[in-house]
Write a protein that binds this ligand. Structure first.
Ligand code: KG4
Ligand code: ZN
Length: 346
C-alpha cells in the first residue's frame, strides 16, 4: 500500500471557538469547522472562561466528526495532530490539548503544540499568493497587537506590542459600553460603513512616537467619554452612533497602518503580512492595500474566514514544524501567556 500525502488535524480552543480542521501537506484545506460560542457569551457581554471550557468539552467530539466527514477521511488517515498550546484561556486551552493528546496517543501518531500567534500568521499561507519572508507581520486580534520582523518562517523578532488594550479588545469594550453587542469588531465594522469618519477625531497613544509599541486604552476611553457626554436623545441617534463608530475605527486603522509601514521601512523590506481577527476589518483591509500600493509594498491578508480563530491555521503551522523535523512531547502543558519571538536585541 502506498502512503498518500500527509494529513494534519488541527484543533483550536484558545478562546470561545471550538475548531477542528484537516489540512493536507500541500496546504489544501480539506475541512475547517468553527463552532462559535458567541450566542452563549453575548448574554454576558464578554467571554465567561468556565462556560467556554465546559462548552469546548461538550462540542469538540461533534466538531471533530463534522471535520472528518466534510474532508471524507477517517481518523486513521490523519498523520499529525496539531493543537494550540497558548496564548489563551487556561481552561479552554486545556480542553483542546487533552483532546488532541488523547487522539495522538490512541492513534500512535505525532503530536505538535502550536503557538496561536504563529498560527494567525500561517493563515496567510493558506491563501494565494502566499508570502515569502522576509516580511513585517502585524498580528491584531482580541488579545494581541504585535509587530514582528520575520526573516524566515519559524523565527520571529518582536518589534512592538500594545502596552495596554489590544485593538480588538478596544472594539469589544467600546461596543459593550455603547450597548451594541458582542463581539464588537464585526458590529462596529458594519455600523461604520455609512458613518462619517471625520466627524470626531481620536488620537492614539504613542501614535507619533518613535516606538513600534501601541496603546489603545486612552483612545478607547476617549470614545466612551464622548458617548457618555451625549444627551439621551443623541445616544439614540443612529447617525451619530454610526459617525462615532466610523471615527473610532478610522483612528484604529490609521494607527495600525502607520506603525506597520514604519516597521516595514525600518527593516528595509517590501512585504507586510497581517493576521488575527481584526485583519477581517473591511476598512483596515482597504487602507492597508491602498497604502501598500502607494509605497510599493506587497501586502498579504488572510482569506476572510481565516482571520478569526480557526484550526486550519493551527494545522498549517503544525505541518510546517513537523516537516522541519519537530515534534512535541505528550507531557507539554498549555501556556496561557505564551509569547512569540524575542524582543529586538535580546
Ligand atoms: O483572532 P481572534 O478570532 O481571537 C483572538 O485571538 O483574540 O480575534 C477576535 C477579535 C475580537 O476582538 C473581534 O471583535 C475582532 O477580532 N474582530 C474584528 C472584526 N472581526 C473580528 N475587529 C474589527 N473588525 C472586524 N471585522
Ligand atoms: Zn486568535
Amino acid at each position: 500500500m502506498t502512503a498518500g500525502p500527509l494529513l494534519a488535524l488541527g484543533i483550536e480552543t484558545s478562546c470561545d471557538d471550538s475548531c477542528v480542521a484537516i489540512v493536507r501537506e500541500d496546504l489544501a484545506i480539506l475541512s475547517s469547522v468553527v463552532s462559535s460560542q458567541t450566542d452563549i457569551h453575548k448574554r454576558f457581554g464578554g467571554i465567561v472562561p468556565e462556560v467556554a471550557s465546559r462548552k469546548h468539552l461538550e462540542i469538540l467530539p461533534l466538531v471533530l466528526d463534522e471535520a472528518l466527514k466534510k474532508a471524507s477521511v477517517s481518523l486513521d488517515d490523519v498523520g499529525l495532530f496539531a493543537v494550540t498550546q497558548g496564548p489563551g484561556l487556561l481552561g479552554a486551552l486545556l480542553m483542546g490539548m487533552c483532546f488532541a493528546k488523547a487522539l495522538a496517543l490512541a492513534k500512535g501518531k505525532p503530536f505538535l503544540a502550536v503557538n496561536h500567534l504563529e498560527g494567525h500568521l500561517f493563515a496567510t499561507r493558506l491563501g494565494t499568493p502566499s508570502p515569502s519572508p522576509p516580511f513585517v507581520a502585524l498580528v491584531v486580534s482580541g488579545g494581541h497587537t504585535e509587530l514582528f520582523a520575520v526573516q524566515c518562517w519559524g523565527r520571529y523578532v518582536l518589534l512592538g506590542r500594545t502596552r495596554d488594550d489590544a485593538a480588538g479588545e478596544a472594539y469589544d469594550k467600546i461596543a459593550r459600553h455603547l450597548g451594541l453587542g458582542y463581539p464588537g469588531g464585526p458590529i462596529i465594522d458594519r455600523l461604520s460603513e455609512k458613518g462619517n469618519r471625520e466627524r470626531f477625531f481620536f488620537r492614539g497613544g504613542l501614535e507619533d512616537e518613535e516606538t513600534f509599541d501601541f496603546s489603545f486604552s486612552g483612545l478607547k476611553t476617549a470614545v466612551i467619554r464622548s458617548f457618555s457626554q451625549l444627551a439621551p436623545e443623541e445616544k439614540r441617534d443612529e447617525n451619530l452612533l454610526r459617525d462615532l463608530a466610523a471615527s473610532f475605527q478610522e483612528s484604529v486603522v490609521r494607527i495600525l497602518v502607520k506603525k506597520s509601514f514604519k516597521a516595514v521601512e525600518a527593516m528595509g523590506w517590501h512585504r507586510l503580512v497581517l493576521g488575527g481577527g481584526v485583519a477581517a476589518n473591511r476598512r483596515l483591509r482597504e487602507v492597508v492595500l491602498e497604502e501598500g500600493k502607494r509605497r510599493g509594498v506587497e501586502v498579504f491578508l488572510p482569506p476572510l474566514p481565516l482571520c478569526t480563530d480557526n484550526a486550519a491555521m493551527v494545522a498549517a503551522c503544525g505541518l510546517f514544524h513537523f516537516l522541519n523535523g519537530e515534534q512535541s512531547s505528550l507531557n507539554v502543558d498549555p501556556i496561557p501567556r505564551l509569547s512569540l519571538g524575542e524582543p529586538q536585541g535580546s
